[in-house]
Design a protein around this ligand. Structure first.
Ligand code: SAM
Length: 273
């Protein structure tokens, strides 16, 4: 195994005090980082996009697993620490200084790639939604391995009937399979955040036929926008939605959170033209 200085030393030597504004909570436990890098499966010679490498803890674990890592980081203070990793794993690491929100992942690779990241909450959810949206499917990414606040992770895998079930669950489940790979205690981070975290692993699945992603979004937006209301009320503004409910035999007195992902898909299909 390539021997590298402890991450604590890297942080001290490069003066990488965690910035609150950049949502920086670093992972320093190399055993934990090794376990996270194993979640996507065999990464030998695989292309991996890592968003927000920071001092490079997850990056070094991915490199040790044999991945070819493209790391996008917007905090330029981290670049010298990442350059040391480039020296230790020649030809395996490409670092891009920039805002991951402004870079389309697929422009960085010619073939398939996995995505792995320990991101700040806001950016993480926005990127997640972006990676799961759009009409083109399957996506070029083969899997997502992402750290989230535990509460957000639970919303992603939520089943109908629970208060966590909503737009994020439908988006994540209608043509992909998400699972919580592991929970991560807040004390694993430096500095520790206020809340517990969990790692979500997602793989793409077949896209149901005859459904526009945009229409499914419109339906879930309307239905969950007024989640306490009956569907006949919340979907009133969506043309033909009430007729479609009747045709599908979905009781319009039901509320959004009782509909299965398959029922949302059927509804969106009926409204897709
Ligand atoms: N991956 C490191 C680890 O696990 O210790 C750092 C994790 S820290 C929670 C999040 C990292 O994402 C920080 O290094 C931060 O600078 C970076 N970051 C935040 N917003 C970003 C963005 N929009 N684009 C790229 N990197 C971003």
């Amino acid at each position: 195994m390539t021997s590298l200085p402890p991450l604590r030393e890297v942080i001290a030597r490069h003066g990488l005090q965690a910035s609150k504004a950049l949502g920086q909570n670093f992972l320093l436990d190399e055993q934990l980082l090794g376990r996270i890098a194993a979640i996507p499966g065999n990464l030998k010679d695989a292309e991996v996009l890592e968003v927000g490498p920071g001092p490079g803890g997850l990056t070094r674990a991915l490199l040790r697993a044999g991945a070819r890592v493209t790391a996008v980081e917007m905090d330029r203070r981290c670049l010298p620490a990442l350059a040391e990793l480039d020296d230790a794993f020649p030809g395996q690491l490409r670092v891009i200084e920039g805002d991951a929100m402004k870079i389309a992942a697929e422009t960085l690779f010619d073939g398939p790639y996995a995505i792995a990241a320990n991101l700040p909450y806001n950016v993480g959810t926005a990127l997640f939604v972006g990676w799961l949206s759009g009409e083109a499917w399957p996506p070029r990414w083969s899997s997502l391995t992402l750290m989230f606040q535990q509460e957000v992770a639970e919303r992603i895998v939520a089943a109908p009937g629970s208060s966590a079930y909503g737009r994020l669950a439908v988006l994540a489940q209608w043509r992909a399979v998400p699972r919580i790979a592991t929970k991560v205690h807040r004390s694993a981070f430096t500095p520790p955040p206020k809340v517990m975290s969990a790692i979500i692993h997602v793989v793409p699945a077949a896209m149901p036929e005859g459904v526009s992603a945009r229409m499914l979004e419109r339906v879930t937006e309307a239905a969950f926008g007024q989640r306490r209301k009956m569907l006949r009320q919340s979907l009133k503004g969506l043309p033909n939605a009430l007729d479609a409910l009747a045709e599908l035999g979905i009781d319009s007195a039901r509320r959004a959170e009782t509909l299965s992902v398959a029922e949302f898909v059927a509804l969106a299909r009926a409204l897709t033209y």
